[in-house]
Design a protein around this ligand. Structure first.
Ligand code: NDP
Length: 255
């Protein structure tokens, strides 16, 4: 038995994806959801429910990071865990969000990425895209990236537009029709770019609509969601999977 912890968690697509995989692969397992109010109880609940593994979504990823018996891989740098796996008596924490993102864009041949936004997702992606610069609406959140010796810009002082990959990690476009930066900035960026990626899924954002007008190759948050799920399934089953085959199944049920 596997499940996803979150609050809210009713919107999560993970049960749909992973149960479809179990069914298609004839694996006698199931994947549920658990609305957890108090994140500090996450490991206690994991043990109580006697599950083999879990995904963790907002707002409990930091709790999972703090409380897992051991944290492995990039999750240590990110400071957030989205996958928990039982290994013997221990519960091990991993993060497949950022690596899932990389897997989703593996066919893109980029040299210089620009990340728009400076929140949790931007932090995680900047770790797997060390060559990236950061653009954010306001200054405060840029401090973290400056300390990491990153080039950072706000809308007022951006003077570089020669990026080939532009990534939106803001929530602009999620519940509104906003672009993640003023239109003239996005137009200048897209004139020189080859690729655009949005981490939002479930709708075509104004950012991706515009990228299409500029004939850029695009990926949406759905690609990131699918590949973080594929990597989580590898950890759950403790073996390498044919990633493209599994991703195809996940896309099939989600689209
Ligand atoms: P945070 O709240 O940590 O950060 C939000 C960032 O967005 C800040 O930099 C903020 O700028 C900026 N922002 C918010 N609104 C606007 C706007 N209207 N215009 C420009 N900038 C704006 O968010 P997260 O990093 O946790 O999440 C961001 C998005 O990523 C969400 O939409 C979430 O759904 C998505 N996501 C998708 C995943 C997937 O698997 N596809 C996985 C994880 C997240 P400022 O500092 O100026 O306030």
């Amino acid at each position: 038995m596997f499940l996803i912890f979150g609050n809210p968690v009713s919107h999560s697509k993970s049960p749909l994806m992973h149960n479809y995989f179990f069914k298609k692969e004839e694996i006698n397992e199931c994947y549920g959801r658990y609305c957890l109010e108090d994140g500090s109880k996450i490991i206690e609940k994991f043990k109580e429910l006697k599950i083999k593994g879990a995904n963790v979504t907002v707002p409990h990823k930091e709790w999972a990071y703090k409380l897992a018996d051991e944290v492995r891989g990039i999750a240590k740098e990110i400071g957030a865990v989205n996958t928990l796996v039982k290994e013997g008596e221990k519960i091990i924490g991993y993060n497949t969000d950022a690596l899932g993102f990389l897997e989703a864009i593996k066919e893109f041949e980029y040299k210089k990425p620009l990340i728009i936004g400076a929140g949790g997702t931007a932090k995680a992606l900047s770790l797997v895209l060390p060559e990236s610069d950061i653009l954010n609406r306001s200054k405060n959140r840029l401090e973290y990236f400056k300390k990491k010796a990153k080039n950072t810009f706000t809308w007022d002082d951006i003077d570089k537009f020669d990026y080939d990959l532009i990534i939106n990690t803001t929530s602009a476009g999620l519940n509104d029709e906003n672009l993640p930066a003023p239109e003239e900035i996005i137009n200048k960026l897209f004139s020189n770019a080859k690729y655009a990626v949005d981490v939002i899924y479930g709708k075509e954002t104004p950012f991706l609509k515009k990228a299409k007008e500029f004939n850029l190759k695009i990926k949406s948050g759905l690609d990131m969601l699918v590949y973080q799920g594929v990597l989580a399934m590898e950890l759950f089953l403790g073996k390498k999977l044919e990633r493209e085959k599994v991703a195809k199944l996940y896309f099939e049920i989600l689209r």
